[in-house]
Design a protein around this ligand. Sequence first.
Ligand code: XMP
Length: 486
Amino acid sequence: MSEPGFRSKFKDTDVAVTFRDLILLPGWTEVEPNQVELSTQVTLNHSLNMPFVASPMDTVTESEMAIAVARLGALGVLHRNCTAEEEVEMAKKVKRAESLVIKDVITIRPTETVEYATELMQRHNISGLPVVEGETLVGIVTGRDVRFADSSLLTKDVMTKKVITAPDDTNIESAKEILHKHRVEKLPLIDKEGRLKGLMTIKDILLRGRFPNAARDENGQLLCGAAVSPFDLKRAKKLSEIADILVIDVSHFHNANVFSATKKILEEVDADVVVGSIGTYKAAEDAITKLEGIAGFRVGIGSGSICTTMESTKAGSPTVYATAQVADAVRTYGSKIPIIADGGIRGPGDAAVAMSLGASTVMMGNLFARCKEAPGTLITIGGRYYKQYRGMGSPSAMAKRFSMDRYAQPSKGLPEGVEGWVPYKGEVGVVIQEMSAGLQASMGYAGAKTIPELWEKAHLAAITHSGAEEARPHDVLLPSDSPERV
Ligand code: XMP
């Protein structure tokens, strides 16, 4: 009988290091923090100016968060703990928030009532509607036209008939001139036959100037990610028509059923598809060799601040360890698939460590859940503000049906997350500013001007438990509102 192999299961074990175990060694540098460039690939076909991604969790990312982070150069991934229709609506809201040329213009017919025109403007939160007969533009009606009008009148009775228009290939500079010259706010674009082809608005042009760093697609619309179950092809196809990036959202992607379901999605959708969560070299290797068309990896299992997966099942792959594993597989196979390091990020230093190990971006739930734009409820405890934050495998999130397949409750009957509160931080811009400034400082210490340079130049060292204590403020009485008290 050959020698039994059980002892080798722990004799040559890897150390599954975590953020708390590692520090970034200062290296020779010729880079000042403000020269550090944070732009990065989030998927094979989409880049960001800020390497941060908001988690698909129902206390983190709905349209408001996705719009806010995209304007600042990052990406929001809409959660799927809702119906397909609700998720599609959220994605539409993000894509409609800004665009250079609105293609799917909301229009009205001349014979519709003023009451309907008002309702349409309110429902879509817009200030005016081109009026069309068939496809031909015949007028424009704005909030001002309907505000005090008798609601039973028809749109044709109140609309402006002499509309200022421009050809459908008008560029932004000419549009600005026309809008200024005629002191109007909306510019319908028409073809030679007078058919409505698009709409440019002063609001979109101004927003473009206000958010020069925004993550946008080629039409000037904000970039939008959306989470999907691998087993819901119908939802994936619908969302792929709107969102730029789909994230296959399962807690353990390295699974035969998940692989075959994802294969179908990869074959049938146009959007970039990120797969995960994975945590080992082997999972990445299998994904690279068995699935075609993957545009990103979501990496890390069990490190999230609300996760109980590792505690209750002992199964997991801490984000730091997982990132290095997957990055090695990506490199070995000569692939360029970008890595999103997900879970356990407590600040810019953690992001720097994940990126030193091959991540292109980091995904965060906890830090974004603290913000005004997150959907969780705001409460006060002992005179301080907090926001609700829960794991998607927590009992209350699992009570909503779509989280069931991510954490496979029917087969496991086990919650894998908790629900709690995180300190309120205000607008998400504050978090992105702190994260980016801190990350630039870390990269400055490592001597790296860009994220790919950090992959090559960064050196890490392990730190002992007592070292980790020393690395925080110590031997000093801190004020009660110090961030160290969180
Ligand atoms: P942070 O540390 O930012 O991590 O709170 C967010 C990530 O945690 C994952 N997640 C979960 N993991 N049980 C888990 O084991 C859960 O209930 C749960 N909910 C979210 C997810 O990867 C997220 O991006």
